[in-house]
Design a protein around this ligand. Structure first.
Ligand code: BES
Ligand code: ZN
Ligand code: ZN
Length: 495
């Protein structure tokens, strides 16, 4: 498990500064005005800080960037890092500045001087999000978590805000660890036990085995895993932090490895298919974040965990499988397996929970990468309101999301000669036909969105908030969307 950076919030304290042996980080605006702590540091260092701020180097420093003053006089610290940020910085600027701080830190013991800066929680979020490295499979590493004391004037307010942000970052790290884990480590069984452990946070977790899934009639899900020695599982996670209203549902594709099955994928790049459980990983991380921050909402997470392998038992192209809904599916291509998994769990979720809305996440199609690259996930929805709620939340969190179309006209591409539907269309509109296939398993009046995260779940070059590999995309957007639209307000909760 990747250790979470530690943030403790303390009141502004000059002794702590004097005793600090790691690194002090201060925030200075581009008008070079010094706050109480910076003035004090300037005095202790016999004017070094002010001289530094008058330098060409500082003047040329772009907003949001950092410079360090090494081994300053009369302090024990290795350096004082100066981050240039204005007091009226936006959330996005504060977050980006946090990222820059993480990238330029040279110690793991930090004293961050927040003072009166209002966006300190967003800045901390940026520091934490970028402070991630997946080392679980490397030997001889002893990762020391970053240990940050944040000095603020308004202790109560800022500490609570930082705690909420860290709950979210905890969820993101959980998702990243799951997605980065290789498929021999994160088997369906190991994944289910990781999720079972969420019960410690107050989440009710149920794990369904193959015989139960068989009884439920989840044949399209089961056929995907039938060539694998790892047993297929469905895990249901319930967070009941709201009243007695119906829950909002999050549904995730959890293919722990996608070889393509009998429609085998080419060897080159196949190793990337360890991330094909990304949808389930994001659902897990979002559930964790909601539980950690004790969200006043009812949310259910349902994930289908399977492995898509070729074998003598594997499902064949041409097989016809009956879904839990009752529709028959002709499997033309065993590599279009994610939709087969989702078909059954989408149906199950609606039958059991009658949710107020439902979002599924899946690394579903290579075609979405052709369309949107690695910057944005594709959003397909039957409901303008839900779609806007999600895209607004994603935008606020700096997570790219772009609406794509759904329309009955595409259904003709999925017509099967012998069954109710086939699992693939032609090459044309590959991501949309996948969406249309899923929509078949969504009830008429159910507000629903499908997020195709194939391009954003794991990336080959670093992004602003994450290193190469798993990004955790979606955890923050979902958490915010629940907070903004599906949570009981304070008055309602107490009254
Ligand atoms: N897991 C893949 C989609 C994928 C591709 C995810 C690249 C991440 C990166 C999915 O199961 C798949 O194989 N889809 C096929 C569908 C096709 C057979 C209709 C695809 O996109 O090629
Ligand atoms: Zn596939
Ligand atoms: Zn897949």
């Amino acid at each position: 498990m990747t250790p979470l950076p530690k943030f403790s919030v303390i009141k502004t304290d000059f002794d702590a500064l004097l005793e600090c042996t790691g690194q002090i980080v201060i925030l200075v605006s581009d008008d070079q005005k010094l706050d109480a702590v910076s003035s004090w540091i300037n005095k202790v260092t016999k004017g070094a800080l002010e001289r530094f701020l008058c330098s060409e180097e500082f003047k040329n420093l772009l907003l949001g960037n950092t410079l360090s003053l090494a081994y300053p006089t009369d302090l024990y610290v290795k350096s004082v890092m100066i981050a240039k940020i204005n007091s009226n910085a936006t959330i996005a600027q504060a977050r980006s500045c946090g990222v820059k701080i993480t990238k330029t830190l040279t110690c793991e013991k930090i004293l961050l001087v927040g003072g009166k800066f209002e966006r300190i929680a967003d800045l901390v979020e940026g520091i934490a999000m970028r402070n991630y490295e997946y080392l679980d499979q490397k030997t001889n590493t002893n990762p020391k978590p970053l240990d940050v004391r944040v000095m603020v004037d308004n202790l109560a307010g800022q500490a609570a805000e930082i705690d909420t942000k860290m709950a979210m970052v905890d969820g993101v790290f959980f998702t990243r660890d799951l997605i980065n884990a290789p498929a021999n480590v994160l088997t369906t069984t190991a994944f289910a036990s990781e999720l079972s452990a969420l019960s410690e946070l107050g989440i009710t977790v149920e794990v369904f085995d193959e015989s139960t899934l068989e009884k439920l009639g989840m044949r399209t899900l089961l056929c995907v895993g039938q060539g694998s020695d790892s047993p297929s599982k469905v895990v249901v996670m319930q967070w009941n932090g709201g009243g007695d209203e119906a829950p909002f549902a999050l549904v995730g594709k959890g293919v722990v490895f996608d070889t393509g099955g009998i429609s085998l994928k080419p060897a080159g790049g196949m190793e990337d298919m360890t991330m094909d459980m990304g949808g389930a990983g994001v659902v897990a991380g979002a559930m964790k974040a909601l539980a950690l921050r004790k969200a006043k909402a009812n949310v259910v997470g349902v994930v289908g965990l399977v492995e898509n392998m070729p074998s003598g038992n594997a499902v064949r192209p041409g097989d016809v499988i009956k879904s839990m809904k009752g529709d028959t599916v002709e499997v033309i291509n065993t590599d279009a397996e994610g939709r087969l998994v989702l078909a059954d769990i989408l149906w199950y979720t609606q039958e059991r929970f009658a949710p107020t809305g439902m979002i599924n996440l899946a690394t579903l199609t290579g075609a979405i990468i052709v369309g949107l690259g690695h910057e944005m996930a594709g959003v397909f929805s039957n409901n303008d309101r839900l779609c806007k709620q999600f895209i607004d939340a994603a935008t606020a969190e700096g997570e790219g999301a772009w609406r794509m179309p759904l329309a009955p006209a595409y259904d003709k591409l999925l017509k099967s000669r012998i069954a109710d539907v086939k699992n693939v269309g032609s090459r044309a509109a590959g991501s949309i036909t996948a969406g249309q296939f899923l929509q078949r398993f969504v009830k008429e009046d159910m507000p629903w969105a499908h997020l195709d995260i194939a391009g954003v779940a794991s990336i080959a070059s670093e992004s602003e908030f994450s290193p190469k590999g798993a990004t955790g995309w979606g955890v923050r957007a979902l958490n915010r969307m629940i907070a903004d639209h599906y949570e009981m307000k304070e008055e309602a909760a107490s009254g």
